[in-house]
Design a binder for this molecule. Structure first.
Ligand code: PMP
Length: 442
C-alpha cells in the first residue's frame, strides 16, 4: 500500500491512533498511551467526552457550516457570549478562527488596523520575547523568539524585536527578590520601546505561562502588571497569547486572571476545542472594536472557516464541561498533586534543575549539573530520547530542546487532561521517570 501522507517527518512510520478513552489513546495494535501532554496541551477533556460528542452530533443534524460573509450562527454567538462573560475586564469581542497561529496573525493585523483607524499610522512595530512560540505562519513565526523555528525562514519574516523572557530559574540574580527580578526584566520593555521610538511601537506580545519553548514557565508575581503599566505609558497594545496556557489549563479560564492583568487582546485555541474540532479565537477590548466600528466598520481580514458552526458547537460543549462541572478547581487540585509527585520523584535528582508551572501545566528542566545549571550538550538530544522512551512505555509527553541564546537545555512539558486521576498521575510520573533514566543512560 503506497503511503501518500506528508506528515511532520519524512522519516519512519507512526502508529495509527484508532480510539480514545478518557486520558488514553489506543493504537491499531491495541497499545494504550497515557496522554500526559494532551498532545500539545490540546485534549483537556480527554478523548471520549460524551457531552462534546453529543453536541457535535446535534449540530451536524442542524447546520454544519454557513459562511460568515452571509450568516452568523447560534453556536458562534453563544461561544462569544460565554468567552466575554468570563474574560478579563475590558474584553468585549470575539473573532473566531481555526487555530492558534490564525489567532495570533489576526491579533497583529487588528493591532495595525486599530492604529490606522485612530490616526497613528506610524505604529507598526512589534516587541516580543526571546523565549516564546506564537505559531508557524509567517507573522506569528516572526513574533516568536525561538531561533530554531525561525532560522530557515528569517529572510521572509517581518522585523520583530525580542526582549528577555521572565525566567527566574536561570536569570534571577543571587539575593534578588522575585519581585525585583520581575520588575527588572519587565523594564527591558521600557528600554526597547524607547530605543525603537515610542510612537512607532504597536504591540507587545507574550505568553503569560511560556509553553512549548520553555516548559511551563510562569511569569513571577508583578511582572505582567509592570508590563501592563509600561504598555499603557506608551500607548502600546498588550497582546497575551494564551493558546497553550489558556482555557483552564492553569486552573483559571484565562491564565492572566491569576496575574491580575487585563490585556487589550488575548489569543486562545488548543483547549478551546479540546481536540474535538480545530478552533481558535482572538478576543479584543471594546476600545479596539469601537475604533474599527467608528472608522471603516470592517476588519480587513478573514478566513473561510471562521465561526464554523461545528467548531463553535464543540467549543460551547467544552466550555460547558470546564465551567459547569467543577473542572477549574479540579485542575488546581490535581495540578498540586502532579507537582508534589514530580517533586517527590525528581526533587533530589542530580539532573533535574527545575520543576515549575501552574495547574495542570507543568515543566521539568534537565541539566548536566544542578549547581551550575549547565545544560546537556545539545548533540545528546536528551529531549528526543525522553520522548521516544516515554512513548515506547505508553506515555505521551512533550519534551523540547534548547531554545534561546543556544543554551537553555532540555525540558519536558506536561499538560494532561483535566480529568486525570490520582492513579494516572502516579502512572505518568513513574513512566516519565523511567524514560528520563533511560535517556540519560543512553
Ligand atoms: N501560540 C502558542 C503559545 C502556542 O503554544 C501555539 C501552538 N503550540 C501557537 C500559538 C500556534 O497554534 P497552532 O499550532 O494552533 O497554530
Amino acid at each position: 500500500m503506497p503511503n501518500h501522507i506528508f506528515g511532520r517527518s519524512t522519516k519512519g512510520t507512526l502508529p495509527t491512533a484508532v480510539s480514545g478513552e478518557g486520558c488514553y489513546l489506543i493504537d491499531s495494535t491495541g497499545k494504550r498511551y497515557l496522554d500526559g501532554s494532551g498532545g500539545a496541551a490540546v485534549s483537556c477533556l480527554g478523548h471520549s467526552n460524551a457531552a462534546v460528542r453529543a453536541a457535535l452530533h446535534q449540530q451536524l443534524d442542524q447546520v454544519a457550516f454557513a459562511h460568515t460573509g452571509f450568516f452568523t450562527s447560534a453556536p458562534a454567538e453563544q461561544l462569544a457570549d460565554t468567552l466575554v462573560a468570563h474574560a478579563p475586564d475590558g474584553i468585549e469581542r470575539v473573532y473566531l478562527v481555526s487555530g492558534g497561529s490564525e489567532a495570533v496573525e489576526a491579533s497583529l493585523k487588528l493591532a495595525r488596523q486599530y492604529f490606522l483607524e485612530i490616526g497613528q499610522p506610524q505604529r507598526h512595530r512589534v516587541i516580543a520575547r526571546r523565549q516564546s512560540y506564537h505559531g508557524n505562519t509567517l507573522g506569528a513565526l516572526a513574533t516568536g523568539g525561538n531561533e530554531w523555528r525561525r532560522a530557515q525562514f528569517a529572510p521572509m519574516l517581518v522585523e520583530t524585536t525580542h526582549i528577555s523572557p521572565c525566567y527566574e530559574y536561570r536569570d534571577r540574580a543571587d539575593g534578588e527578590s522575585l519581585e525585583a527580578y520581575g520588575q527588572r526584566v519587565a523594564d527591558e520593555l521600557e528600554t526597547e520601546i524607547q530605543r525603537l521610538g515610542p510612537d512607532t511601537v504597536m504591540a507587545f506580545v507574550a505568553e503569560p505561562v511560556v509553553g512549548a519553548t520553555a516548559g511551563a514557565v510562569p511569569a513571577v508575581p508583578g511582572y505582567l502588571k509592570r508590563i501592563r503599566q509600561i504598555c499603557d505609558r506608551h500607548g502600546v497594545l498588550l497582546i497575551l497569547d494564551e493558546v497553550m496556557c489558556g482555557m483552564g489549563r492553569t486552573g483559571h479560564l484565562f491564565a492572566c486572571s491569576e496575574d491580575g492583568v487585563s490585556p487589550d487582546m488575548i489569543t486562545i485555541a488548543k483547549g478551546l476545542g479540546a481536540g474535538y474540532q480545530p478552533i481558535g479565537a482572538l478576543l479584543c477590548s471594546g476600545k479596539i472594536y469601537d475604533a474599527i466600528a467608528a472608522g471603516s466598520g470592517f476588519f480587513q481580514h478573514g478566513h473561510t472557516y471562521m465561526g464554523h458552526a461545528m467548531a463553535a458547537a464543540a467549543a460551547n460543549a467544552v466550555l460547558g464541561e470546564i465551567l459547569n462541572t467543577g473542572l477549574l478547581a479540579r485542575v488546581r487540585e490535581q495540578g498540586e498533586k502532579l507537582d508534589a509527585a514530580l517533586r517527590r520523584t525528581f526533587g533530589q535528582h542530580p539532573h533535574v534543575g527545575d520543576i515549575r508551572g501552574r495547574g495542570l501545566f507543568r515543566g521539568v528542566e534537565l541539566v548536566q549539573d544542578r549547581d551550575t545549571k549547565a545544560p546537556f550538550d545539545p548533540s545528546r538530544k536528551i529531549h528526543a530520547k525522553i520522548k521516544a522512551e516515554a512513548f515506547a512505555a505508553g506515555l505521551i509527553c512533550y519534551p523540547m530542546g534548547g531554545t534561546i541564546d543556544g543554551q537553555r537545555g532540555d525540558h519536558v512539558l506536561l499538560a494532561p487532561p483535566f480529568i486525570i486521576t490520582d492513579d494516572q498521575i502516579d502512572e505518568l510520573v513513574s513512566k516519565l521517570s523511567g524514560a528520563i533514566e533511560k535517556a540519560l543512560a543512553a
